[in-house]
Design a protein around this ligand. Structure first.
Ligand code: X2X
Length: 342
C-alpha cells in the first residue's frame, strides 16, 4: 500500500513551515518516529569537537538507517555529572556514554586507567600506537566484563596542562600543598598526592564553580577543555606540563545495545568510530592553535622542564605502587609499547 499524502495536508504543512520561517522560528518537519532512540551523553562542552563529531555521527546514523535509529546527543552534563551518567548507562537510562578510563569508569574497571600514568607518551604517534594496539584491546576486554560494550576507537581528550589562579607552576615545588581539582578517579588523586599537592575530586560539571569560588586554586586539562568549558575565565596561568594524556572510551549499555538489530549496530559502531577518528584530528590541531587563542584571552603560559616532575613521581614510588595495582600482565603489555617504566 502506498501512503497517500493529501494535497490539503501537504499545503497546510508547507504554509505552516513558511510562516514559521518568516517569523524566524524553527521549521518543524513531520518525521516518522524512529524505531530506536539512543541517548548518547557526556561531559564535554557544546563547542568541543567531540560534540560536533557526535552530532555528525548522529545525522549519518539517521540517514543510513533510513530514519530507524535516532541517536540523541546530550553534551555538557545535561543528563548529570559523570558519576550520575555512569550509573545511568549501567542501568540503561543512557544508551551510550563517553568517559575517560581514568575518570569514573575506573571506579568499576580500575585497570582502565593505566594509560593515564604520568609522562607515558611523548606524542600522538606513541599514543595511538598503544591505544589502537594491544593495550587498548586488553582494556576493552576488561570493560566488556563490566557489562558495557566498548566501541573500538577512543575519542581524544588531549594532553593535559596545569592551570592556576594564584601562581605559575614551574617546578614540582610549586605543586606542594597546591589545591587542585582532579576528576573522580584514584589514579588522578594518587598522582597529585605524589607531587605533594592537595587534590580534590570534583566532577567536570562542577569545575567552573569550584574554580570561581576558590574551592580549589587550579585544575589540569587539555587546552580544548580549558577553552570550550571557559576555564580560562577563572584561571590566570597555564603550565604546559603534558603530565598525562587522556581519552574517552565510548561504551554502550549491553542490554540496550543488543536490542538493536545487527545491521543497525554495525551502522552505529561504524559512525561512532569514524567520528572518533575525525575528532582526533581536530584535537591535534587545537592543541597547537589554542595556545595563541588562550593567550589573547589573557591566560599566561609557561613551559616548565618536565624532567623534575617525572622524577618526583618516580621518587614518591608512584610507578611502583601502580605497577602492583595493575599487575604484571597489563604492565608488560604497556611496557611493550612505551618502553621500560620506573
Ligand atoms: O573531567 C575532566 O577534567 C575531563 C573532561 O577532562 C575528563 O572527563 C577527564
Amino acid at each position: 500500500m502506498t501512503t497517500i499524502i493529501s494535497r490539503r495536508t501537504f499545503t497546510t504543512g508547507l504554509a505552516a513551515g513558511t510562516a514559521a520561517a518568516a517569523f524566524g522560528l524553527p521549521v518543524r518537519r513531520a518525521k516518522a518516529a524512529a524505531d530506536f532512540t539512543l541517548k548518547f551523553a557526556f561531559n564535554l562542552a557544546e563547542s568541543h569537537p567531540i560534540t560536533t563529531r557526535a552530532r555528525e555521527a548522529a545525522a549519518r546514523i539517521l540517514a543510513e538507517t533510513n530514519g530507524k535509529v535516532d541517536m540523541q546527543v546530550y553534551p555538557n552534563n545535561q543528563l548529570g555529572g559523570d558519576t550520575d551518567m555512569l550509573s545511568q548507562v549501567r542501568a540503561g537510562g543512557i544508551d551510550l556514554f563517553l568517559n575517560s578510563g581514568i575518570n569514573v569508569l575506573s571506579t568499576i574497571v580500575p585497570s582502565a586507567s593505566i594509560y593515564g600514568l604520568g609522562f607515558l607518551f611523548p606524542d600522538y604517534a606513541a599514543v595511538w600506537k598503544t591505544m589502537d594496539g594491544e593495550l587498548g584491546e586488553a582494556l576493552r576486554v576488561r570493560i566488556s566484563k563490566a557489562n558495557l560494550v566498548p566501541m573500538d576507537k577512543m575519542w581524544d581528550n588531549g594532553f593535559r596542562q596545569i592551570t592556576s589562579s594564584t601562581k605559575p607552576i614551574a617546578t614540582p615545588a610549586d605543586l606542594k600543598n597546591f589545591k587542585i581539582r582532579v576528576p573522580v578517579g584514584a589514579l588522578w588523586t594518587s598522582m597529585f598526592q605524589a607531587f605533594g599537592a592537595a587534590p580534590t575530586s570534583i566532577n567536570f560539571s562542577e569545575i567552573y564553580s569550584a574554580l570561581q569560588t576558590k574551592v580549589v586554586d587550579g585544575q589540569e586539562n587539555s587546552l580544548a577543555n580549558i577553552y570550550t568549558a571557559n576555564i580560562f575565565e577563572v584561571q590566570k596561568y597555564c603550565a604546559i606540563t603534558n603530565h598525562m594524556w587522556d581519552a574517552f572510551f565510548c561504551v554502550a549499555n549491553k542490554r540496550n545495545w543488543e536490542a538493536l538489530p545487527q545491521d543497525a549496530r554495525d551502522i552505529v559502531a561504524k559512525n561512532l568510530n569514524m567520528a572518533a577518528m575525525a575528532e582526533r584530528e581536530d584535537m591535534a590541531k587545537l592543541a597547537v592553535s589554542l595556545k595563541g587563542t588562550l593567550t589573547e584571552k589573557g591566560l599566561i603560559f609557561n613551559e616548565p622542564d618536565t624532567a623534575p616532575f617525572r622524577a618526583a613521581l618516580s621518587d614518591a614510588g608512584f610507578y611502583k605502587e601502580w605497577r602492583a595495582k595493575y599487575g604484571d600482565e597489563l604492565w608488560g603489555i604497556l611496557e611493550k609499547s612505551v618502553g621500560k617504566l620506573s
